[in-house]
Ligand binder design. Sequence first.
Ligand SMILES: Nc1ncnc2c1ncn2[C@@H]1O[C@H](COP(=O)(O)OP(=O)(O)OP(=O)(O)O)[C@@H](O)[C@H]1O
Ligand SMILES: [Mg+2]
Length: 329
Amino acid sequence: MAKDLVEFRNLETHFKTTAGTVKAVDSVSFTIREGETLCVVGESGCGKSVTAMSLMQLIETPPGQIVGGEIFFEGKDLLKLSKREMSRIRGNQISMIFQEPMSSLNPVLSIGEQITEPLILHMLLDRKAAKKRAIELINLVGIPRAEKIFDSYPHELSGGMRQRIMIAIALSCDPKLLIADEPTTALDVTIQAQILDLMRDIKQKLNTSIMLITHDLGVVAEMADYVVVMYAGKVIEEAPVLELFQDPQHPYTKGLLKAKPVINQKQERLYSIPGQVPNPIDLGNNCHFHERCEFCMDICKEKQPPFRSHGKYTHKSACWLYEKEGEVL
Ligand SMILES: Nc1ncnc2c1ncn2[C@@H]1O[C@H](COP(=O)(O)OP(=O)(O)OP(=O)(O)O)[C@@H](O)[C@H]1O
Ligand SMILES: [Mg+2]
């Protein structure tokens, strides 16, 4: 089995607001292994981006703060590093791409300047070597006529090309981990498929681990080795991708899968999970999904279910349906 690259252990990230403390990430634990694509799924507001931003240590403080837990990267707890050490890791070993490539690129700098900057700053290349590497990277992300693109400006490129450039910049320092937060949501479907192909290609060529955040289960099916399902700041299920699709355990995961359109299947109306994600302020010490769950029992309203394996050790979930009655926990 591949080595662990990142391990979140009981991570807690809170935001102080006038309405109270938002427990955006509430005791989250999971592991990303070397060369693996791990997908984080869940509805809007479940804590996916805050988990990724906590790993990058880009949580704005205040109002946000990591108040507990550990994030190990190659065995080192990132939360114990100095700002300087962390910024070195962020530049070299962990990169992130975002949903909206236009707002992440600087409109007044050429593509070449933007790709060479991290190469000069972090990889300590001189200008000539940086240009050579930048052109290699533009080719790597599948853009033809790389020399011409090097001198172009962001507004001259299409959305798909800009996202490819963002990936080129993210890969410029040979990161061990690439975090992609909804990288294709703003793109149309064919371009989306091309960008996903590119990411899969890169993973194979460079053995980069990928943490891919998405609400699209079609993307998960295509990309993931392993899946983590988040709900109201907590991980409620995790499993290898096939296992999750074939044998989902948590009623929330089942609901997400049911809400996915299936081609060639007659569907009267697309299913959607009733209700909404609860506001993560003052949530009780119970199952946070209980109000939306068709299988809700008394215990679900009173006690938080433990997160553990109920069969295969790689498949874990937090649901009272799988706990034996009367068992002492
Ligand atoms: N700066 C902030 N101040 C207050 N609350 C915040 C802040 N940033 C995030 N939150 C809250 O933290 C929770 C988790 O947010 P997060 O952005 O991680 O959700 P998400 O799963 O990425 O959703 P989406 O799919 O919409 O991107 C939400 O309830 C959000 O309102
Ligand atoms: Mg998000």
